[in-house]
Design a protein around this ligand. Structure first.
Ligand code: AMP
Length: 193
């Protein structure tokens, strides 16, 4: 895996743990020689993550819509920066530039981004791994809801387990590296039954 797309909060969150884990993860990516692809912001834990990776000598690529860049929330010290016109262009370019995807704690922007790439994986649009880096039980309610979707027959267990959730970042990276997409595709014209 040469590059990883990471989605995470443009806020810091209330616990210092979120910041600490983002810092550690940025360091780990740099150490492993994995290029970070992210939303290009300087704020919140996304900024912390990018700064940590850069400080540790890693490569960081940002993809930011012009409207956000003009509001000066973009990071000015990245290895490479793409300024695009729309949010859709951003997500599509981030997906093309990444060999896998991880979400750290964040808000609705983060959730939307990881759910989109996971949906694309489920549909067989790409074969790249998707994961969540769990911090202090942040994702537990979301994982409970995802399990509820399985129990209620809206999500196949095989597709549920395409989203790898781990609290240890090295274990998560290992899971992403050894990921093998399930053989059961979700055809667009077919439900679960
Ligand atoms: P949220 O989780 O709602 O804070 O949104 C974070 C996600 O939305 C990030 O992964 C970014 O892709 C995008 N985003 C939100 N705010 C910004 C910002 N100020 N600068 C860059 N990207 C942002």
């Amino acid at each position: 895996m040469n590059s990883l797309g990471v989605f995470c909060g443009s806020s810091l969150g209330v616990k210092s743990k979120y910041k600490e884990v983002a810092e550690k993860f940025g360091n780990l990516l740099a150490r492993e020689g994995i290029r970070l692809v992210y939303g290009g912001g300087s704020v919140g834990i996304m900024g912390i993550l990018a700064d940590a990776a850069l400080r540790a000598g890693g490569e960081v690529v940002g993809v930011i819509p012009r409207a956000l860049w003009n509001r000066e929330v973009g990071h000015r010290g990245l290895t490479e920066l793409y300024v695009v016109e729309t949010m859709h262009q951003r997500k599509s370019l981030m997906a093309d530039l990444s060999d896998g995807f991880v979400a750290l704690p964040g808000g609705i922007g983060t959730m939307e981004e990881i759910f989109e790439v996971w949906t694309w994986a489920q549909l067989g649009i790409h074969r790249k791994p998707c994961g969540l880096l769990e911090v202090d039980g942040f994702f537990a309610p979301l994982l409970a809801f995802i399990n509820h979707m399985v129990a209620e027959g809206f999500l196949r267990p095989e597709h549920r387990f395409m989203l790898i959730a781990e609290h240890d970042s090295e274990v998560l990276l290992e899971g992403l590296r050894s990921y093998c997409p399930p053989a059961i595709p979700k055809w667009l014209d077919e439900g679960l039954n």
